[in-house]
Design a binder for this molecule. Sequence first.
Ligand code: FES
Length: 86
Amino acid sequence: MHSSDSFLIEVNGQPIEARPGQTVAAALVAAGIRAFRRSPTGQPRGPFCGMGMCFECLVTVDGQPNVHACLTPARPGMKIITAGQA
Ligand code: FES
């Protein structure tokens, strides 16, 4: 769904749409991105608790690694790197 106040963020070099008040995790999942990080054996991992209690949603935000995507509000122009994409 397109909203007139939506904006773009960049995920692994690709633009995706986000909306005001949306977390990075919500924006990624809405865009069909499920793999936020990789387990030690290489399996994809994505948001689990949605409230900052696990570490399944860690991504790199504007060069800062290990940011909880579920706790981070999306901002226009922010650059997200998911694990395995750096
Ligand atoms: S989904 Fe558990 S900390 Fe973000």
